[in-house]
Structure formats: C-alpha cells, structure tokens
Write a protein that binds this ligand. Sequence first.
Ligand SMILES: NC(=O)c1ccc[n+]([C@@H]2O[C@H](COP(=O)([O-])OP(=O)(O)OC[C@H]3O[C@@H](n4cnc5c(N)ncnc54)[C@H](OP(=O)(O)O)[C@@H]3O)[C@@H](O)[C@H]2O)c1
Length: 334
Amino acid sequence: MPGNSMHALRYDRYGGGVAGLKHVEVPVPVPKKGEVLVKVEAITLNPVDWKIQKGMLRPILPFRFPHIPGNLWLPGSDISGEVVEVGPGVKKVKPGDKVVGMVNHFTGGGLAEYAVFKEFITVKRPAEISAAEAAGLLVAGLTAHQALSQAGIKLDGTGERKNILITAGSGGVGHYAVQLAKLANVHVTATCGARNMELVKSLGADEVIDYKSPAGAALESPSGRQYDAVIHCATGIPWSTFEPNLTQKGRVIDITPSASAMFTSAMKQLTCSKKKLVPLLLIPKARNLEYLLNLVKEGKLKTLIDSRHPLSRAEDAWAEIMDGHATGKIIVEP
Ligand SMILES: NC(=O)c1ccc[n+]([C@@H]2O[C@H](COP(=O)([O-])OP(=O)(O)OC[C@H]3O[C@@H](n4cnc5c(N)ncnc54)[C@H](OP(=O)(O)O)[C@@H]3O)[C@@H](O)[C@H]2O)c1
C-alpha cells in the first residue's frame, strides 16, 4: 500500500513553460467509485500537455490551480502502472494487475508516483509489453487508430487498397499511423525530416518525403499519386496545399485543426464538396486500446521511444515535448 504522500510535478498558473513546473510532495489520491489507483511505472507526454499549460485550451478547460500536469481535456494522459487499490464497483482489474490507462482531467495528474483513473479506460497490459511501450499507445496510438478509421481505412486490411499521406510520420501519432496503415494494406506516403527518412521507411512507408524539400512543402507524392486520405499529424499546412493532391473524394483528417481549418471544414460541408477536411478529437475507447496492445504483443506494432527521463528530471521531458522534434514517444519514469 502507498504511504500518505507522493512526489509529483505541478504548475500553479498558466504559462511559464519548464520554469513553471515545480516538484512537490502531495497526498496520494484516493480512488472513488469506478476508479483505480495505480503505482505509476511510465508516463508519456503529448503536445497537448504543454498546450494546456500555455492556456491554449483555457476557454474550454478552466483548471483549478495548483494543477499536476499530465491531465488533458477529455482524453486524459498516458500511464502504465500497477493497480494498488480499486474504488467501489471496479470489476475489470484488481490490485497487482499491470495496466494502462488515462488520468481523469478533474481528479489527478499523470506526472506523479501514483495516479487515479477511470475503470472504463483501464486495460490490462500483457506481460510481454513494457510499461513504456504500452503507455505510448494511449493518446498517440489511439489517435492514429481513430484517424485511419475516420479516413475509411479498414485496419484489418480487408478494405480496398487506398493511397494515403501521413504528415509527420516520425512523431508520436505519425509513427503509429504509418505502421497501422501498412498493416491495413494501404499505400503509404509519409513526410518527416531528412534525418528520419530511413526510419519511417523501415516502419512501413512506401514513399517518404523530406518535409523541408520543395516536394515535401508541396506534399507531392514522388510517384505522382493523389491521396484518398491524408492523416495530418503536422501543423501549419493550409488547405490550398492539400487540395491539388487529393483524389476527387479525398479527405484530410486534421488532428490539430486551427480556426481556419475549422472554417474550411464547415465550408466544405455547407457546399457539399466531395473533398473534405475532417477535424479529429480523440474519443478514447478501451477496445481500441486492447486492439493496439494485441498488435504490440504479436510483434506487429512497436512504440519508438525517443527518450526516457526520471520523474526527478521530468522538466527535461517537458522541454523536449515543447520543442516539437520527438521521434516517437517521450517517456517519464518515477
Ligand atoms: N485531436 C487530438 O485528439 C490529438 C491527439 C493527439 C495529438 N494531437 C496533436 O497532433 C499533433 C502531433 O502530435 P504528436 O504527438 O505526433 O507530435 P510530436 O511527436 O511532438 O511530433 C514531432 C514530430 O513531428 C515532426 N514534424 C514537425 N513538423 C513537421 C512537418 N511540417 N512535416 C513533417 N514532420 C514534421 C518532427 O520532425 P523533425 O524533428 O524532423 O522536425 C517530429 O519527429 C500535435 O499538434 C498534437 O497536439 C491531437
């Protein structure tokens, strides 16, 4: 059983970046009805963690401070650990089980020795999968899964062979999307930095473009293909760049939709355009997480680990995720 207090990282106001983070001792959270308390073994960071701290979701997510980061709006953040206590009504897991899950954004933070999360998004972790590998699958893996599904791709490979583009194929979401798309028997073109082109090819991309090259900036397929779908994991690319590269009914699944992307999306709907821009908001589902864990167990999907940091130096991980140049996932370990 845990003691009464634990080490955590916290911030007390919006803004401040790495300098705004503080190491603190706080009470260990207590699981309520339908919740599990987990001794954290690995946490992965996502860009949304620093975006929340910056205040980018302020209109929709008013936090009570002080706040332990790792909390997200809706999805929650990514944790692997061992169940140490369960709240009333929990049936799926018991103390001693190794699990992965997401913290509830109202109750507890991820960057801590213990965390509480809801049973509905708690899944047992097979013994063959490390805590770090499993944690990466949460926000990033589930987003890749959802984006491909929203693009009309059958992940079991039984659909028609489509031609897709994945931007930022080296990132947290992108590296899973490339692998899942390949398993789905899709022709994959991916963009990434020059340093990662061989790596992204090894994940299964058929064609890789350096995003800083002229062809990369124009998103032009080296073999002249048009895309049935784009899984857009990078940012800052306008609709006018996508549009000429899409097939007649091509769609862009935008996982970081800007205000102008939302406007374009609405206009495409209003005008009944065949080409569409679809904003994505992750809806985490345990069955999709189980699907991804199974692929990892079978050796068909892997988590690329960019770097690992102890909780005592979690601010280094924070600086890295803010920098936006991770190859795969950044891990923090208590
Ligand atoms: N809607 C949702 O629910 C949801 C869920 C998850 C993530 N997201 C959002 O999705 C975005 C991606 O997340 P992530 O975790 O994958 O980010 P990430 O891991 O931080 O992405 C970093 C990677 O992107 C590459 N990159 C940066 N700019 C690029 C460009 N213009 N073209 C190609 N590659 C580029 C970088 O390569 P270099 O180092 O070579 O520059 C790096 O490898 C973020 O904005 C995040 O907030 C949204």
